[in-house]
Design a binder for this molecule. Structure first.
Ligand SMILES: Cc1ncc(COP(=O)(O)OP(=O)(O)O)c(N)n1
Ligand SMILES: Cc1ncsc1CCOP(=O)(O)O
Ligand SMILES: [Mg+2]
Length: 306
């Protein structure tokens, strides 16, 4: 007996009913055109769009729902897909595998200059990032070299945001690149970066970007923005804790970093999703007593990961 459009609607409604609470707060999105007649795929595409996933992410989820149904021989509306096999993830088995970093990067301070990097590394923050926004090559080289010097003698791992050539030059621990940064990279650049032994962290904001990141075999994957942030204009809505938990289940074999709008009050619920690190900007930069705030955030992290 063939599946009718009403059957597909019923399956989609069943998915939405099971997951509406977890993924509450997102405006329904238009359902993208389906490139297959497969009923599970169509139902999942419709449901995930209703739940507010953007087209690129709803398509990934529909493929995964369909792949799992095929793999297990059973359609389940109740279980959100979170098996890497159903998404075709490579999990660091692909051709571009970057050097490993610890699963728990801990408190991750994203900082505007080398002076800040020095202060936070000496306060004991385990992971720091120089996020120095400049297009002046001499200023970039100077600041990156100063940041590398600033962490000397401390155990802090230093990631350089954006400026990957300067990071290689100065001998940083790793680099952090976003989706637009990846767009600007040639294959040879990726090869150069990997061959340098630098760790690579990649920003993601949903399923399609997570799949793109996974194909590179990065050292860690950043997930955000979890909550609204005023620090950076985001192209995607704040993802919230429900999505963050689903992303963390799917990517549990990677070191994961949550970022965006996270302050002390959110540390426990964010860490409960399974991520091993929280990246913060304003929570540190706006603190009245910087060193005390860094200690407090590190203690919150240790308590939650204990
Ligand atoms: C840990 C971490 N996560 C995300 C970002 C953002 O990177 P990107 O999307 O490239 O944006 P810019 O920071 O370059 O404006 C980050 N820097 N660090
Ligand atoms: C750089 C960046 N990328 C995603 S959110 C963000 C800013 C996070 O800043 P804050 O912790 O102050 O919200
Ligand atoms: Mg960037």
């Amino acid at each position: 007996m063939s599946t009718t459009p009403d059957d597909i609607d019923r399956m989609a409604q069943d998915i939405v009913r099971h997951h509406a609470t977890t993924f509450a707060g997102f405006a329904p999105q238009p359902t993208p055109a389906s490139d297959t007649q497969e009923p599970v795929y169509q139902a999942a595409l419709q449901a995930c769009s209703t739940l507010g996933f953007i087209a690129a992410d709803a398509l990934c989820l529909a493929r995964a729902w369909q792949a799992r149904t095929q793999r297990t021989g059973q359609f389940s509306a109740a279980d959100w897909p979170d098996d890497p096999r159903d998404f075709g993830l490579r999990l660091r088995n692909g051709p571009h595998v970057f050097a490993a970093c610890p699963m728990q990067l801990g408190l991750y301070a994203v900082l505007p200059d080398a002076t800040w990097v020095q202060r936070m590394a000496h306060a004991g923050v385990p992971t720091v990032q120089l996020r120095f926004k400049s297009s002046d090559p001499a200023a970039i080289a100077r600041e990156v070299a100063a940041a590398v010097q600033a962490v000397r003698g401390t155990p802090a791992r230093l990631f350089i945001n954006d400026h990957w050539r300067a990071a290689i030059e100065a001998g940083a621990y790793g680099v952090h690149l976003g989706q637009e940064d990846l767009d600007a990279l040639q294959l040879e650049d990726l090869q150069t970066l990997r061959a340098s032994g630098m760790r690579l962290g990649v920003s993601t904001h949903g399923y399609a970007e997570m799949l793109r990141a996974d194909a590179l075999g990065p050292s860690y994957i950043a997930l955000g923005a979890v909550f609204p942030t005023t620090l950076k204009a985001m192209a995607t809505a704040p993802q919230g804790l429900g999505r963050l938990a689903a992303y963390a289940r799917l990517l549990k074999s990677y070191p994961l970093v949550a970022i965006g709008g996270i302050g002390a009050e959110q540390f426990a619920p964010v860490l409960a999703t399974g991520v091993g690190a929280i990246a913060v900007v304003r929570a540190l930069l706006n603190a009245a007593d910087l060193d005390a705030e860094a200690q407090k955030l590190m203690e919150l992290m240790a308590a939650a990961l204990r």
